[in-house]
Ligand binder design. Sequence first.
Ligand code: CU
Length: 189
Amino acid sequence: MLDFLYQTGWGAFTLMLLFQIPFLLVFPYIVYRKCFVNPKPGNTNPRKMTRLETVWIVSAIALFVIVNLYSISYMPMSRTAATEKTAAVIQDVDVTARSWSYEISNRQFEVGKPVRFSVKSVDTMHGFTVYHPNGKILFNMMLIPGLEKPSSLVYTFTEPGKYKVRCLEYCGIAHHGMQDELTVVKSDG
Ligand SMILES: [Cu+2]
């Protein structure tokens, strides 16, 4: 259920619709009341919140907080921190991006073994985006040149295959050709 909501386009769309439901229910109700039940001008005190307003605001805030708390573990930074805490071994890989290619210290990985990508750009803004063989983006890093330390992210591949790397920050005339490939093989134990 949560994987569906946070990791697919239809899930994001469903979540957006869920946020509309309170509005879609409350708005026709108010119009109905003003037309048929009590058409007189309102006499609410603008300095005081009604019970309904309080309930609405509290539930909107609660929904916002709960959805965010649930989704935070899906963020690449949260996953990186969690893996760094628990994994016995993390394979280190250095990536240097320049117009218009990548220098990658290792392009072959094993299923189930966490990899720490330490990525930097030496000239201009670049991206380091890794795609699952099915075409979905697994993670995306934006590389700002001139940083003291490379940006790092830990990722654990779960399936063997060819993983495309692409730059998703427009970086000049040959940006579209800035691609590479990683290979993930089955673990040998
Ligand atoms: Cu680019």
